[in-house]
Design a protein around this ligand. Structure first.
Ligand code: NDP
Length: 442
């Protein structure tokens, strides 16, 4: 049995109840096989065994009182996965499905994504099974304060710097930061995605969605296609989806469908961004509410991937685009897929798309713009000097272009031209492994 398979089997045996984590590990480890053939010293140093085991996992009780005076208890977690190249960095997810297997898959992917940005940030992730949907602002605040009452022991501007993810946006980061400051009396850059009046960076809110489109633009330009005049379908209607849509519009494409967990809206004339922002960012409503301003729009509950498009951008959640969806996209002439969400395509779907010559941008590479801009927020906090939107956006664009170049060059070097999954995994891994080899067995 090969080294990679052996380590994978150990991962499954050690935590058999974490299928999402197994899926993420398998995808990365399979890509790395040729690297281990060239570098037997990595195996001798136990690199993979160390890479798949988080440096630290923290699980904690989060008690809070709801509006009826009833005591609620959620589970909080923070997985500090790998600090070889910098302080742990990665978001917090508040969603009822959150458990160790999901946080570990996200934290593991974050190691390579953060490395790809070229910035000094390690990998981590956290969250809770708390569901902010339908909760009052007061309930969300009390939950966030209780969550931070424990988390603050484990984070710091040079230790671990969390940010947002599903269910954690500007409101939640504000409450978390307020409580951190109250507990520590420290005004430092310990969270990113902060509001602009208290240390946030211009361009952070837009960064993941814009960065995704910048990456896809580079990828398709290399094969003679453009976003201009392309028809695009985006799943989700949260932070990543909204700003991907905005950038597609700016580059002359047309987004005809978006979704949330209740279903999708489709309008051949395009989705109106102002209405979408109002419904989702201000009213916290459902995607169907947009139809009052989309006279030709319709609501559907089946798979959004049956809608004909040139470019598909899954921006909601893991494993939301399966093999059957991939077949529909191929049959409808889709030429590119960009993973705005983390691991939204099942491994079978990704393989099928690539085998059918659909250009495929893996999340680790193409959604790295959010964390990259979070690292820019950390720089601004350290300098105590904010940059303009244009400055941040220009840096983001350069970072996304570099990630594309690095990933495609690594793919070509290892004999897998245009396979950006393999290229991104190898390229992200090589920097981390170099740091781990230098730092000894820790
Ligand atoms: P948001 O909470 O802002 O939005 C999530 C969107 O996806 C909502 O429309 C939500 O619908 C939908 N969604 C979430 N879970 C499900 C589900 N199980 N089934 C169907 N729809 C679902 O999150 P973000 O936009 O921040 O994150 C989206 C994805 O992008 C995640 O995979 C995240 O890890 C990834 N990502 C985010 C980054 C960031 O900077 N925010 C950075 C890199 C990756 P509903 O409201 O109905 O639940």
């Amino acid at each position: 049995m090969g080294y990679v398979q052996e380590v994978y089997d150990q991962v499954v045996a050690r935590d058999p109840h974490e299928p999402e984590f197994h899926q993420a590990v398998k995808e990365v480890l399979e890509s790395l096989e040729p690297v281990f053939e060239r570098h037997p010293e990595f195996q001798k140093a136990g690199i993979l065994e160390r890479l798949v085991e988080p440096e630290r996992q923290i699980f904690f009780r989060v008690p809070w009182v709801d509006d009826e005076g009833k005591i609620q208890v959620n589970r909080g977690m923070r997985i500090q996965f790998n600090s070889a190249i910098g302080p742990y960095k990665g978001g917090l997810r508040f969603h009822p499905s959150t458990y160790s297997g999901i946080v570990k898959f996200l934290g593991f992917e974050q190691i390579f994504k953060n490395s790809l940005t070229g910035l000094p940030i390690g990998g981590g992730k956290g969250g809770s099974d708390f569901d902010p949907k339908g909760k009052s602002d007061g309930e969300v605040m009390r939950f966030c304060q209780s969550f931070m009452n424990e988390l603050y022991h484990h984070i710091g501007a040079n230790i671990d710097v969390p940010a947002g993810d599903i269910g954690v946006g500007g409101r939640e980061i504000g409450y978390l930061y307020g409580q951190y400051k109250k507990l520590t009396r420290n005004y430092d850059g310990v969270l990113t995605g902060k509001g602009l009046t208290y240390g946030g960076s211009l361009g952070r809110k837009e960064a993941t969605g814009y960065g995704l489109v910048y990456f896809v633009d580079e990828m398709i330009k290399a094969r003679g296609k453009t976003i201009k005049d392309s028809t695009v379908v985006i799943s989700g209607s949260g932070n990543v989806a909204i700003y991907a849509l905005e950038k597609i519009n700016q580059l002359g494409g047309k987004v005809v469908a978006v979704s949330d967990s209740s279903g999708y809206i489709y309008d051949p004339n395009g989705i109106d961004i102002c209405t979408l922002k109002q419904v989702k960012e201000v009213k916290r409503g459902r995607v169907k509410d947009c139809l009052s301003c989309q006279p030709e729009g319709e609501f559907g509950t089946g798979s959004i991937w049956k809608i004909k498009c040139d470019i598909a951008l899954p921006c909601a959640t893991q494993n939301e685009l399966n093999e059957e969806d991939a077949r529909s996209l191929i049959a409808n002439g889709c030429f590119a897929v960009g993973e705005g969400a983390n691991m939204p395509c099942t491994p079978e779907a990704a393989k099928l798309l690539i085998a059918n010559n659909v250009m495929f941008a893996p999340g680790k590479a193409c959604n790295a713009g959010g964390v990259a801009t979070s690292a820019l927020e950390m720089s601004q906090n350290s300098m105590r000097f904010p940059w303009t939107f244009e400055e941040v956006d220009a840096r983001l664009r350069t970072i996304m272009k570099n990630i594309y170049i690095q990933s495609s060059e690594a793919a070509a070097e290892y004999g897998q031209k245009d396979n950006l999954i393999i290229g991104a995994n190898i390229s992200g891994f090589l920097k981390v492994v170099d740091a781990m080899m230098s730092q000894g067995i820790v």
